[in-house]
Design a protein around this ligand. Sequence first.
Ligand SMILES: *Cc1c(COP(=O)(O)O)cnc(C)c1O
Length: 348
Amino acid sequence: MKVIFKNLVRKNVLALAPYSSARDEFTEVADVYIDANENPYNWDYNRYPDPYQQTLKNAISEWKNVPAENLFLGNGSDEIIDLLIRGFCEPQIDQILTFNPSYGMYNVSADINHVAVRTFPLDENFEFDRDEFIRKIEPNDKLIFICSPNNPSGNTYSNEDIISICNRFSGLVVVDEAYIDFADTRSMVSYIRQIPNLVVMQTLSKAMGAAGIRLGIGFMDIELVTILNKIKPPYNINEASQKIALSIVKNRKEKMAQVSEILNERAKVTDQISHYKFVKKVFPTEANFVLVRVDDADHLYRYLLSKGIVARNRNKQFRCEGCIRFTIGTPSENQVLMNALNEYQNQN
Ligand SMILES: *Cc1c(COP(=O)(O)O)cnc(C)c1O
């Protein structure tokens, strides 16, 4: 199916003239900058940041082996989710399509933008039938969000299935790979040059250990980058975040060592948890968390809280009845959790 971005983008977005910042109008190097009403006394942060984050994008481009022109950076992936909805979905007319259960921000961003959300129910193993899903696509669906590995379940979806959805859909397929560095399944980033309606999102918030700086990475067709650049806040990635992100990208080996330790711990934790009598099911995971079904999730959740341990109670979410989600911590944090679970078992 041929995807024509001009027809997909909202009409007002297509027509609008974006804010032209001082740093847009003059991009060369000068001796005296008196164009942006900044305080002239130099220190690290007296100047506005690069609105297009070129240095950072070049470093990410080399890391991910994707041209810098195919990158869009957001104030967290959450900003990219919002900008995609805002750019492509006409409020009260267009819809987004996603799965249930999945990451909550797709719904929240759609709600804020007055865009309807249609959800396709995952089965009890958090899988879906691809052809049945494709049959359910409606003409007003503009964006499909696929979270892989999925939050809160931890499983992934096959590249093959996602590609066939892309091929059968005239809108954008957004694959949220927030947890891909913990997964055996391969990233879909390498497909974005061949599949124009595929958008892949990653983030520095999880494996890269920098949730606090808010840096999300969108991989997409150049035309889509142009559209998002039109509607983003001019300086959406602040200078401090750009600098820290650059140093993280350059020192990524350090983070990848932490990821392998987390993966070792994940194997240990999932194995140990599966032996408790009150545990009914440990769902297979390719992320840095594990979803566990227990006899009484609310009771266990409150017990852990009383021990100073905060897990995520997913008991009320569709398909997650009786489930708690545990993020994999440091070895000593995981030990604290195991000690508490041992005690819980002995008392109940
Ligand atoms: C944590 C998470 C994100 C991260 O969002 P940021 O705004 O980049 O911190 C995105 N998607 C999913 C599914 C997540 O769980």
